[in-house]
Design a protein around this ligand. Structure first.
Ligand code: GLC
Length: 427
């Protein structure tokens, strides 16, 4: 449950927001349909956060659940939006989708004009397409390396700072623990399924080896290079050794499942796994730490892929005013604070990184700020409406490599040709 002070401040923001024209005297009690593929705990908190808004406006939130994979949600959203579906009012959208879905959403620039400056400018920029604010930032995302403090201490191992070190430590701790009877223990779990999550993981390997960003900000296809090949070959060596074969089907929640039952030394995951990992029913509660992901080598820098989720209002909504009012409310400081405290979701509002309650109750969020500020964007801005195609070609080439279906060199050479074909004369 939320501390009472958070609840009453939620009420305060709502009452002050009632002065905005968009909240003014609701003429009807509308049902606002909200879609999201967020994990169960996020939805539980959403339903709690929304109550004061429902009471004050007379509107109700109706929730529609999506599959956890962002790739699957995107496919469904695209179908609904292409059909001008008016059943969904508010879409929870991935940071990479703004350029592809912009035409289907309401411009929120005017409705949000008072609050835009409170968010990190880079996030607002990522959601702005041709001057239109396509979605309001809900939380931002940047992954880290989760490590088992107890196991590293027990085996006298240091927290790795390069991928080579991670490989060696994962191998030795896994071997020692298995010899001691922990037969289910794995060295490293991550997201190897053929979907957007693998694009994120593999971009981190490639970028941290100095192998670029797949497509560079100026539109050049850069993926076919020696460093990228080395990065993917190293990742391939993990499958079946320090990572289970099944990692090739893992998404975030699968990796977290193995980790949270105490069966992994290291995990690559987003901040949400922090609060869940420290929940009372977690086998790793208070036993783990987080650090930036490893780098490719001593001269290379660590790279974290920039993620994050936003709220967009459908152009086909029959209740756009109520939907906008909900989006403003759910992205407000009080709602973001509650999400930070209970779900370790990173705020998009700059001021919350100085919030005393967040600093005390979720100290990891302050440390995560630097990871997020240096995070690497996927090439959704340069590739515009072709991003999904680009990403799916990339994750397929990576998945093939990890599965032993062609070498990294062969697959990246082919990928370069395919991406240049998709590009044509320009993106
Ligand atoms: C997280 C990120 C999102 C990314 C997804 C990949 O949800 O916030 O940006 O696309 O993971 O699985």
């Amino acid at each position: 449950m939320a501390p009472t002070s958070t609840k009453s401040s939620l009420k305060r923001v709502l009452l002050s927001a009632l002065c905005l024209p968009v909240f003014a005297a609701p003429v009807s009690a509308d049902v606002v349909n909200y879609v999201s593929g967020a994990p169960a705990k996020d939805i539980k908190i959403l339903k709690e956060i929304v109550k004061p808004w429902e009471e004050a406006t007379g509107h109700t939130l109706e929730f529609t659940s999506m599959p956890p994979s962002t790739t699957d949600s995107f496919a469904q959203y695209r179908l609904w939006l292409a059909a001008n579906n008016s059943d969904i009012d508010v879409y929870e959208t991935d940071v990479i989708w703004a350029p592809q879905l912009a035409n289907h959403f309401v411009d929120l620039s005017n409705a949000a004009s008072d609050v835009i400056d409170a968010h990190f400018p880079s996030i607002i920029e990522s959601q702005t397409v041709d001057g239109k604010l396509v979605a309001l930032p809900l939380f931002t995302d940047a992954p880290a390396l989760y490590y088992r403090k107890d196991l590293l201490e027990k085996h006298g191992a240091a927290v790795p700072s390069t991928w080579e070190e991670l490989t060696a430590t994962a191998k030795s701790v896994q071997a020692a623990e298995r010899a001691g009877g922990q037969s289910d223990l794995w060295g490293f779990v991550w997201q190897g399924n053929a979907y957007e999550g693998l694009t994120c993981d593999a971009l981190e390997w490639v970028k941290s080896f100095g192998g670029g960003q797949i497509v560079e900000p100026d539109g050049t296809v850069s993926i076919n290079n020696e460093q990228a090949i080395n990065a993917l070959e190293l990742a391939k060596s993990w499958v079946g050794t320090i990572s289970p074969e099944g990692v090739l089907a893992y998404q975030e929640e699968d990796a977290r499942g193995v980790w949270q039952t105490g069966n992994a030394v290291f995990m690559r995951n987003w901040p949400y796994a922090y609060a869940l990992g420290n929940s009372d029913d977690s086998a790793v509660k208070d036993k783990f730490g987080v650090v930036p992901l490893p780098s490719g080598g001593s001269n290379d820098k660590s790279a974290a892929t920039l993620g994050g989720w936003n709220l967009a209002v459908s152009k086909y909504s029959k209740n756009p005013d109520a939907a906008i009012s909900l989006a403003l409310y759910l992205t407000s400081p009080e709602a973001q604070k509650r999400r930070a405290l209970e779900l370790s979701r990173l705020p998009t509002l700059v001021s919350l990184y100085d919030d005393e309650d967040i600093k005390t109750e979720q100290p990891a969020i302050a440390e995560w700020k630097d990871i997020f500020l240096q995070a690497v964007p996927r090439p959704s801005a340069p590739t515009k409406t072709k991003y999904n195609e680009v990403s799916s070609k990339f994750w397929s080439a990576v998945h093939d490599t990890l599965s032993g279906n062609g070498s990294a060199a062969e697959n990246l050479e082919l990928l370069e040709i395919e991406l240049n074909e998709i590009k044509g004369n320009s993106w």
